[in-house]
Design a protein around this ligand. Structure first.
Ligand code: SF4
Length: 471
């Protein structure tokens, strides 16, 4: 599916994938895995399982705990399965769009779960519709069902590889038949996807934090351009695309999306954010009494900033964990309400202090300005803002839902203008060099939302939701 987005941010699909092969009561582990991936999407969740004969599925709107609260494991029997948590990107809030999608092709049932955003979905969709195909959803992900069902691919060797080879953009896919699962990552590796081992079975997950959650061990990442198939004969790997000479792993996964304990693109997320904080303290030093993280994604960077600067860390904001991440909530009014409910400020910590607040990013700027106002109202003497990524000036077309360009604070405003808008005493953003500094292979990261250099051609640069017209 397409993107999902942000507290200070907006909408597209962002999603989490979790698959199991060869483990009894797969649905129980998938549910646990999806809990660990809940931060990647809170709009809907689904599980599809197979016992080798029959495929069963359950899906619904809301959090994993709500969707599956009344689903006993006996209702989803099987040792093979895939699951999905969704934030809506392409395709609005329709139950048909909640994944995994299940389709009956001429050779049996296929289930599909997707994280990312396909940049040639509209073209492929029109092509199939013009030849009579009927689409059940308004998501870009459904294109893959049609490719797999097409005799052009279905009746020829390397069917899945060739179908995947038609897709452009950002995608991690989990596919399932009644006796196998498949996992694929796009040739530039925008979105993460990893393999784990659990007893004699295999696990596939968007983030390694879900492996820890179920007691599985990390094996390796799926390679960009690789299709991994797991069936009764074991794990097989094939490539559906040649290495293009560089990758475009989403650096914003490290900045904001991923869970701190995940091993993402070869690096631990907490460690990378900690380094961002250290670097910020070097790039934008400030005289202050305390460093305050904006929880949760500002925590690791604030610790790094504090250690490097010698300014003590304290908790001036307490997060309410029972309110969802605002940007993962699809509707605007929902988002506005939850911005106010998410954080409580502690005057006991803030009063009469010169405060440095550390946040992961500024998108529109309205969330940050509210938080700075909270700190001032709580008695802060000065409030300085440090941001652990560069100014976001361009929209993302690869699965993260930022607002349109005009709504991004940094697309038209200077840093000084944003500082004034926020009401901060000073404002400092991490440099692009700082953003890439934790990685030896810095050329292998997408930075398009900061630089405007898009690694894959955009089908519809004007549109945020490329399939909007199908809603
Ligand atoms: S544009 Fe930004 S958010 Fe989108 S994939 Fe690239 S780095 Fe990630």
């Amino acid at each position: 599916m397409m993107n999902a987005k942000i507290s200070h941010h907006d909408v597209k699909e962002y999603c989490g994938l979790f698959g199991i092969f060869g483990i009894p009561e797969a649905s129980v582990l998938i549910r646990q895995g999806l809990f660990a991936l809940q931060h990647r999407g809170q709009e809907g969740a689904g599980i599809v399982v197979s016992d080798g004969e029959k495929i069963r599925s359950e899906k619904g709107f809301g959090l994993v705990g709500d969707v599956f609260a009344k689903v006993p494991p006996e209702q989803l029997p099987g040792h093979i399965g895939i699951g999905h948590v969704r934030y809506s990107t392409t395709g609005s809030t329709r139950i048909q769009n909640v994944q995994p999608l299940v389709a009956e092709c001429a050779d049996g049932i296929w289930a599909i779960a997707h994280n990312g955003n396909l940049n040639n979905a509209q073209k492929l969709r029109s092509m199939y519709q013009n030849s009579g195909a009927i689409f059940q959803t308004s998501t870009d992900s459904e294109i893959l069902v049609h490719l797999l069902a097409d005799p052009m691919y279905r009746l020829r060797p390397r069917r899945v590889e060739r179908a995947l080879g038609e897709l452009q953009g950002a995608f991690s896919f989990l596919l399932m038949t009644k006796n196998s699962i498949m996992a694929a990552r796009d040739p530039l590796g925008f979105r993460p996807l990893s393999i784990g081992k659990y007893n004699d079975g295999y696990v596939i997950t968007s983030e390694t934090c879900a492996l820890v959650q179920i007691g599985a061990t990390f094996v390796r990442d799926i390679e960009p351009g690789e299709l991994v198939t797991i069936d009764a004969a074991g794990l097989h790997s094939s490539m559906f695309s040649e290495y293009t000479g560089h990758l475009a792993q989403c650096v914003f996964e490290h900045v904001y999306f991923a869970h701190p304990d995940s091993l993402l693109f070869g690096k631990n997320v907490h460690t990378v954010r900690f380094m961002y904080g250290q670097r910020l303290a070097e790039e934008h030093p400030v005289d202050a009494d305390i460093v305050i993280p904006i929880p949760d994604s500002g925590n690791s960077a604030a610790l790094g900033f504090s250690r490097k600067s010698g300014i003590p860390l304290d908790f001036g904001f307490i997060r309410n964990h029972y309110v969802g991440r605002t940007f993962i909530m699809p509707e605007d009014d929902q988002r506005k309400k939850s911005i106010d409910m998410k954080l409580a400020v502690l005057p006991e910590v803030i009063k009469d202090k010169r405060v440095v607040a550390i946040d992961d990013s500024i998108v529109r700027g309205n969330t940050s300005s509210k938080r700075i106002a909270y700190l001032r109202n709580a008695g802060a003497k000065e409030v300085h803002m440090r941001v652990s990524c560069p100014p976001i000036r361009f929209p993302c077309f690869y699965g993260i839902d930022f607002p349109t360009r005009t709504e991004l604070a940094a697309s038209s405003k200077s840093i000084e203008e944003i500082r004034t808008l926020l009401g901060a005493g000073s404002l400092g953003y991490l440099s692009l060099e700082g953003l890439l500094s934790p990685f030896e292979n810095s050329q292998d990261f997408c930075t398009a939302c900061f630089t405007g250099e898009y690694p894959v051609e955009i089908e519809n640069p004007q549109g945020k939701k490329i399939l909007e017209r199908y809603e």
